[in-house]
Design a protein around this ligand. Structure first.
Ligand code: ADP
Ligand code: MG
Length: 398
């Protein structure tokens, strides 16, 4: 789960990381009011969306008066901000963060990530942080400083000092840097975060170390241990299809293609998507109905897949072990009776209670296309989608 910049900053500051003074606003009037509360002469208004790259996309604006803040935020609220991290559809701006403008002397990049190769938390730092960090890491990957944290020991001061030296931090500011590094690491460990990124971490003209931007992501499977983090979830920033699925215990990932998939088990879902591609099609989603799926869950999965307007054919591929083909078949029939659809539906069932399942499908009288192997199912889905395309030339081809 991702959270907003202002939320990550609040968390990090509780762990001793320095942040500029700032406040959240839900309207242009409130944003202007926040600036007056903060005081000073220059502020930065920052669109709160679950993505980086806002600066280059116009989502971070320096303002010199509260009137300017009002005008700038009037253009932000309700708009979709498209950055290189959001995808072409962008993310809606419903909150802005108003922050005191900070006199920046240097911008540093600081990231804490889980490194699969070493199975450890890895710290990545660069003395040239800021908005060009992607270019720097691509052009001169060796300039990035990397340090692996030994979990049994934690992040000791000497290791933080090593990183600070490598970043060329002057002696008088090393202690602040150590505090910042340790604070980020503790926040990551204690809250089961999977990522903490501060870009930029700045050194100010008056010798302060401040996080000017902050990003945190959390392990969904550990959220039950942190109800205060769970409360930070902002559904307006999630793919609506994915959050609806999560609410019903289904794992769903929306994709760009037009063949909807309903599958049990993540491995089979991956294999199904691969086979669709092999047959010349593009999957519209990844949907895992899980084990022991009831007819209700199956028909809900069906409705979810159909709510994606790009879906022009559906492939149901169930290899039942704990699942029961008769329940799956009942779910399919129920979904199609409740809401008849005009796209081809291909069904491949195998495993537990497959005969009963096939019988239910056959007796339903519904125009389902049946297949016995995965390859056959994928080919039929792609063929029937193509045939449908020819009949309905108005359908969008992706
Ligand atoms: P993003 O990473 O989404 O582009 P940032 O929060 O990193 O957004 O902001 C982009 C840039 O704006 C930063 O690299 C920094 O140079 C500048 N900036 C951000 N916040 C402040 C601030 N409070 N004072 C001065 N400059 C800021
Ligand atoms: Mg940033």
């Amino acid at each position: 789960m991702d959270i907003h910049e202002y939320q990550a900053k609040e968390i990090l500051s509780q762990f001793g990381v320095g942040i500029p003074q700032g406040a959240l606003a839900y309207s242009p009037e409130q944003a202007a009011y926040r600036a007056r509360e903060i005081g000073g002469e220059r502020w930065v208004v920052k669109a709160q969306i679950h993505a980086g790259g806002r600066g280059k996309a116009g989502g971070v604006k320096v303002c010199n008066s509260d009137h300017e803040i009002q005008a700038v935020t009037e253009d932000m609220f309700g708009q979709k901000l498209v950055t290189h991290q959001t995808g072409p559809e962008g993310k809606g701006i419903y909150r802005v963060y108003v922050e005191a403008a900070v006199p920046i002397a240097r911008e540093i990049y600081l990231g804490f990530v889980l490194d699969r190769a070493t199975q450890r938390v890895m710290i990545i730092a660069s003395s040239e942080g800021g908005m060009e960090i992607e270019d720097i890491s691509a052009e001169s990957p060796d300039s990035m400083i990397r340090a692996v944290v030994e979990p049994a020991v934690g992040l000791p001061e000497f290791q933080c000092r090593e990183i600070a030296f490598a970043l060329g931090i002057k002696p008088g500011m090393i202690q602040q840097m150590v505090r910042t590094l340790r604070g980020c690491y503790r926040a990551l460990r204690e809250l089961d975060a999977t990522m903490v990124e501060v870009n930029p971490l700045v050194l100010t003209g008056d010798d302060r170390v401040l996080a000017l931007d902050a990003k945190m992501a959390f392990d969904n499977n550990a959220l039950f241990r942190h109800p205060q983090i769970m409360e930070l979830r902002d559904k307006s920033q999630e793919d609506p299809r994915e959050s609806r699925a999560a609410d019903h215990g289904l794992s769903y990932v929306g994709l760009e293609g037009n063949i909807g998939c309903i599958v049990n088990g993540a491995g089979l879902a991956m294999a199904t998507m691969d086979t669709i591609k092999l047959a010349g099609g593009e999957p519209a989603n990844f949907l895992d109905i899980g084990g022991g799926a009831t007819p209700e869950r199956v028909s809900r999965a069906f409705r979810l897949v159909m709510s994606d307007k790009n879906v022009q054919a559906i492939l149901i591929n169930i290899f039942a072990g704990i699942n029961r083909c008769d329940w799956v078949a009942e779910g399919i029939v129920r979904a199609l009776r409740d809401e008849p659809i005009d796209v081809p539906v291909v069904v491949r069932l195998a495993g537990t209670n497959v005969e009963e399942g096939q019988k239910i499908l056959a007796q339903s009288g519904l125009p389902l296309i049946r297949a016995t192997t995965l390859m056959e199912a994928a080919e039929r889905a792609v063929q029937s989608w193509r045939a449908d395309q020819n009949r309905n030339p108005n359908l969008k081809v992706v």
